[in-house]
Design a protein around this ligand. Structure first.
Ligand SMILES: N[C@H](CCC[C@H](N)C(=O)O)C(=O)O
Length: 283
């Protein structure tokens, strides 16, 4: 089965265009999507990635994107992956346009390729409107938004702000992101009973009114180097808490994502996308 390894700021994915999977290969794909993703994403026994991204034909958009985390769970949306999908589609001439409609489980997202010369310099994605009501995250508890609310975990109280970009995010502002015990606090919050569909967890250090630094523990993938939907949720949360304006540069391990929560209430994310290699995975 042909695949393309891609990454956005080090958040890496195995991309499979289902149109390129032969009937014979499809027949041999006997395991579930979850099992396939776990095998393919394994960094010792498989290709190695934070997730598996499947491209399929769409009735509603130019193409459909399905995201399976490395633990086999399906996610509604993935910001770093959609930038890579847009670049992949453009470079293979799948569409003769630089703005695509991509169907996802979080709705139709619109990546626009920023071309410099003949190369894709970056991708700007309309990530839609953030969902802020508790039941939209989803979270249990009384109706309303969750902004700077106390939450007890591991004997300590954290102040959380929750935002959905189609997938759930729990954002905690801290004085120093590098001092956060990500490996033990991440999974505790990811699986906290307040979140019936679990949650991504972002720790954020505010640098000034337009720059923040973020580390992430992803739902279904653990510590990743970057999270696009997480960066969008972080910018919204920072603005909601009055810590930044609505244009925020979110610094991640390998570089920044530029996020704007625009006047139309939609969130726009701009960042890089890279193809690493192509290959054939035996099925
Ligand atoms: N683990 C996430 C999906 C991938 C999101 C992230 N990699 C991004 O770039 O947005 C979830 O289960 O919601």
């Amino acid at each position: 089965m042909k695949f393309t390894k891609v990454q956005g700021l080090g958040n890496d994915f195995v991309l499979v265009n289902m149109k390129e999977v032969s009937r014979e290969e499809e027949k041999n794909l006997t395991e579930s999507l979850a099992e396939l993703a776990i095998k393919i994403c394994d960094r010792h026994f498989g290709i190695g990635a934070d997730g598996l991204v499947l491209l399929r034909p769409s009735q509603k958009a130019d193409i459909a994107m399905q995201i399976i985390n490395s633990d086999g769970s399906e996610a509604e949306m993935c910001g770093n992956a959609i930038r890579c999908v847009a670049k992949y589609a453009y470079e293979r001439g799948l569409f003769d346009k630089t703005t695509l409609q991509v169907e996802t489980a979080a709705g139709i997202m619109v990546p626009e390729l920023i071309i410099e010369g003949s190369a894709v310099a970056a991708v700007r994605v309309d990530m839609g409107v953030p969902r802020l009501e508790r039941e939209q995250i989803p979270m249990t508890g009384p109706a309303g938004r969750v902004v700077n609310e106390p939450l007890e975990a591991e004997g300590k109280v954290y102040h959380i702000t929750t935002v959905s970009m189609g997938n759930p995010h729990c954002i905690i502002f801290v004085p120093d992101v590098h001092a956060v015990p990500l490996e033990n606090l991440g999974p505790v919050l990811e699986t906290h009973n307040l979140f019936p569909r679990k949650t991504n967890v972002e720790f954020v250090q505010v640098l000034n009114d337009h720059e923040v630094r973020m580390r992430v523990w992803e739902r279904g993938a653990g510590p990743t180097l970057a999270c696009g939907t997480g960066a969008c949720a972080t910018a919204v949360a920072a603005a909601l808490n009055g810590l930044t304006g609505r244009k925020v540069r979110v610094y991640l391990h390998a570089g920044p994502l530029d996020i704007e929560w625009a006047g139309d209430d939609r969130v726009y994310m701009t960042g890089p996308a890279q193809e690493v290699f192509t290959g054939n995975y035996p099925v």
